[in-house]
Design a protein around this ligand. Structure first.
Ligand SMILES: Nc1nc2c(c(=O)[nH]1)N[C@H]1C(S)=C(S)[C@@H](COP(=O)(O)OP(=O)(O)OC[C@H]3O[C@@H](n4cnc5c(=O)[nH]c(N)nc54)[C@H](O)[C@@H]3O)O[C@H]1N2
Ligand SMILES: Nc1nc2c(c(=O)[nH]1)N[C@H]1C(S)=C(S)[C@@H](COP(=O)(O)OP(=O)(O)OC[C@H]3O[C@@H](n4cnc5c(=O)[nH]c(N)nc54)[C@H](O)[C@@H]3O)O[C@H]1N2
Ligand SMILES: [Mo]
Length: 767
């Protein structure tokens, strides 16, 4: 690691900074030439879908339809470095536990199935057959309710479908997934509001929109390809109004690295036309203010016989609950709205004025809205705003949650869910001749509670790094070790392998970029993007090693070793030809997946029909619903009036993918060489009698018996609202109490952790 450096970044998102960063990555992973060639197949009709974010690929892809971070993800997966038995012989698990996340994943791709040996404190190579025999034996001996099948959102639709079936045939709905830490509030909020669990916009809507409103999503780092449609919209004169506590570079300015002219001239496009630095958790209040201003403007218009501001025809024909909603807005006073949002009435009225004049509006959001105690209500508030002017179910308009993992939405679509009511269990029962469990399974927080309580004995992970991604790291790691069996299907080494159960396996799998050769030839897989389009994906690279297996094969072998044979499920046939899995998916979900195999490689992707897009409302009332929140406070347990408590936001840097840390640079925020930092407002730094560059210890302010602390974070003075501070996920996860989650979806409230800070003890070392 180089000496930490903090220096304001003056460049735009994209531009030469991104080109330089890309060249460095390919060199770092030792793949300068093949890597570059491989990238031209990324997000192409005949290539592979990017393993990074879930942003859709356009019908006519750019020559290089990838971004800096997508390229990083590809390089990280296709690294020339390998982690085989030799590595594990040299390093004990106890030693590896002292390594930072970055160093663990950096060692390269896992190449052999490994089993932990307590006698030697090491992972040792094992034959695949022996691994499955023992795992199957263990799982058979366990109570089905005590086993969890976690999925991170990267595995394909084919693998996910098989994995969900494995869990249900085994006997539970314990299928938590990364979505439970991510867009679960979306999955709870949108069905109640508009009758679909997913966003309603498609790429084409960006070509027809008149206004984009952006809440709590960091496009420059987390979905950079989306900067292209945003830039196009800006070039058409479309305003973009942003709400974010931090001034994120990608939301300010963008230079298209694929435009030679822009690169030569240094021209950049201003992205946000209004930038509102809302306090964390202040969106509920801010949205209330905008709606309140709209209601007032509408009354004035009506009184003056001017055209109405509210789309009264749409509201009357298509919605329920507007009267209660208007009463709620009327009942909130501006002083309270200003206090909680941190924004002035004038600023909110300015946003409302632009919204009130725009015909087709898209509302985009990410973790800034969902990861709060009232994440569901906040998402519903954004829908309320859109409904006031009929902005759902017409071209150029809609709600656009930006999904995280590249197939996280798809996993849900094909049955990865702990909620039995979301899965066609009767259909599965008929198709496969078994009685699926009907009891609700555990979501991520409930799985953590079960592990803490000692009721979870076995944990199978299809990708991900569960122990590192969840809250309350210290408590969770202690409890995690008490499990009897942990099995991880993985590409790279991570901390969850090291904090293992009594019996522990690492099962190395192929990534999506590799050629997946099975009995019927090379296989394609599929995924669903953020806009409900399914895409086929074909690997292009040589598999990383002869012992590495595909995810469908691993899931099938797990199933065969664990379940009683069932003549209606031919796991081997599925593995021999993934098209047969797609046929099975189509049989289970005939409407969504009509002609699945034939349409797999449609250029724009195969769009699933979505009722709300055509203003059919699949809700209890048969209409779109205005939903009134309980108040303005999105994080009711936060001591926002206590002057010595700050609200901590945990964030991603520009050099990570979730718990995968590519490096120690956060170019856009001007940080390099360290991740152990705390961004603070200048006045707060002064108020606490601290100095920029000094180190602080951070302690959670929570009324329970557990002490939660992270030591020695370097203060970085930053443009962030007073009373807020921010630092990096996952390093700060020890600070999040497990119970500090969205009340309805149980998504950890990672964007609003009440903390106290104190000058670090002088001996504390930075790392
Ligand atoms: N390169 C890269 N790409 C990724 C990922 C990655 O780690 N690296 N992760 C993937 C995954 S799984 C996901 S879910 C997405 C995550 O992508 P994002 O949704 O962008 O998630 P975060 O990085 O957590 O940042 C959330 C943004 O919300 C802002 N914010 C924080 N609190 C609030 C608030 O109360 N209100 C508002 N309005 N804003 C707030 C933060 O300042 C930040 O800009 O990205 C996906 N893509
Ligand atoms: N404090 C805080 N906590 C958070 C968040 C936050 O914003 N703040 N964000 C939350 C969010 S949005 C999410 S989605 C979760 C993410 O939680 P997870 O999805 O569990 O974590 P990842 O870091 O994406 O998982 C990385 C690991 O996945 C494995 N992997 C990579 N590619 C593949 C593949 O193709 N197949 C298989 N089988 N394995 C693969 C590698 O071994 C790698 O180490 O974290 C959540 N936790
Ligand atoms: Mo996510």
């Amino acid at each position: 690691m180089t000496e930490p450096k903090i220096e304001a970044y003056t460049g735009p998102a994209g531009g030469w900074g991104s080109a330089k960063s890309l060249a460095e990555i390919l060199t770092r992973e030792h793949i300068p030439v093949t890597g570059a060639a491989m990238l031209t197949r990324q997000n192409k009709p005949d290539g592979f879908m990017c393993v990074s974010c879930a942003w859709p690929k356009p019908a006519k892809p750019l020559p290089f339809e990838y971004c800096e971070n997508g390229a990083k993800a590809t390089a990280w997966e296709q690294t020339a470095k390998r982690v085989g038995p030799d590595f594990f012989r040299r390093h004990s698990v106890t030693e590896l536990l002292t390594w930072p996340d970055h160093d663990l994943e950096k060692v390269g791709r896992l190449t052999h199935p490994m089993r932990f040996n307590a006698a030697t404190d090491r992972y040792e190579p094992v034959e695949w057959a022996d691994a499955f025999a023992e795992i199957g034996r263990e799982l058979k001996a366990m109570e089905p309710a005590s086993v969890v099948f976690y999925a991170s959102g990267r595995a394909s639709l084919e693998t996910s479908y098989m994995y969900g079936l494995l869990a249900r045939m085994y006997g539970n709905n314990n299928l938590p997934d990364s979505s439970n830490m991510c867009h679960e509030p979306t999955s709870v909020a949108l069905p109640e509001s508009i009758g679909v669990p997913v966003g309603t916009t498609i790429l084409a809507d960006f070509e027809e929109t008149d206004l984009i409103m952006f809440f709590g999503q960091n496009v420059g780092s987390n979905s950079p390809r989306m900067l292209h449609p945003l830039q196009d919209a800006r070039k058409r004169g479309v305003p973009i109004i942003t709400f974010n506590p931090l001034r994120e570079r990608g939301l300010e300015r963008f230079t298209n690295p694929q435009s030679p002219l822009e690169m030569l001239t240094g021209a950049s496009t201003k992205i946000s036309t209004q930038y509102h630095q809302v306090k964390t958790g202040g969106d509920l209040a801010a949205l209330t203010g905008i709606c309140k201003a709209l209601v007032a403007a509408d009354r004035e218009a009506e009184a003056a016989s001017r055209p109405r501001v509210i789309d009264v025809d749409f509201v009357a024909e298509h919605t329920r609950g507007v009267a209660e909603f208007v009463a709620f807005c009327d009942g909130q006073d501006w002083a309270a709205i200003e206090r909680r949002s941190g924004l002035t009435r004038e600023a909110l009225e300015a946003a409302a004025a632009v919204y009130g004049q725009s015909r087709n509006v898209i509302g985009i959001y990410g973790m800034g809205l969902t990861q709060h105690r009232l994440g569901v209500e906040t998402v519903q508030m954004l829908v309320n705003l859109l409904l006031l002017r009929g902005n759902i179910g017409k071209p150029g308009a809609g709600i656009c949650p930006v999904r995280g993992h590249s197939n996280v939405q798809g996993q849900r679509t094909v049955g990865i869910s702990e909620k039995p009511e979301l899965v066609p269990l009767d259909k599965l029962a008929a198709q496969y001749g078994f009685e699926p469990p009907r009891e609700k399974g555990m979501n991520t927080v409930e799985a953590c509670e079960g592990i803490l309580a000692g009721t979870v004995a076995g944990f199978v992970m299809l990708g991900g790094n569960f122990v590192r991604a969840v809250p309350d790291t210290v408590r969770m790691e202690q409890a995690w070790r008490k499990m009897r069996l942990t099995v991880q299907v993985s590409t790279k080494l991570n901390r969850s392998h090291l904090v293992h159960g009594e019996i522990s396996y690492i099962l190395p799998c192929l990534g999506r970029i590799e050629i997946d050769e099975q009995a019927s030839g090379p296989q394609a897989v599929s995924m669903e993007d953020s806009t409900s389009c399914f895409h086929g994906s074909k690997g292009v690279a040589k598999p990383v090693g002869e012992h590495v297996r595909s995810e469908p094969w691993i899931v099938a072998e797990l199933a065969k070793a664990t379940l009683a044979p069932n003549p209606k499920v031919d796991w081997d046939r599925w593995v021999a030809d993934y098209a047969t899995v797609r046929d099975a998916i189509q049989e289970t979900y005939p409407e969504k997946f009509a002609d699945f195999n034939a349409r797999l490689f449609e250029p724009r992707g195969m769009h699933t029909p979505l009722a709300a897009r055509s203003r059919k409302w699949d809700t209890k009332t048969g209409k779109a619903n205005f939903i009134v929140p309980p108040g303005l406070e999105a994080d009711p347990d936060m001591a926002s009036d206590r002057r010595d408590v700050l609200d901590l936001i945990t964030l991603r840097s520009n050099d990570q993918f979730n718990t995968t840390i590519y490096g120690y640079d956060d170019r856009f925020r001007g940080v390099s060489g360290t991740r152990r930092i705390l961004f603070m407002n200048g006045n707060d730094i002064e108020r606490f009698q601290l100095k920029d560059g000094e180190e602080v210890d951070v302690v959670t302010e929570a009324a329970d018996e557990f002490a939660r602390e992270v030591k020695a974070l370097r203060i970085v003075e930053y443009d962030i609202p007073a009373g807020n501070c921010a630092g990096y996920y996952p390093e700060l996860n020890p600070l999040i109490p497990l119970w500090h989650h969205d009340s309805r979806s149980k998504t950890p409230a990672a964007k609003s952790i009440p903390v106290r800070i104190a000058k670090a003890a002088p001996t504390a070392a930075a790392g």
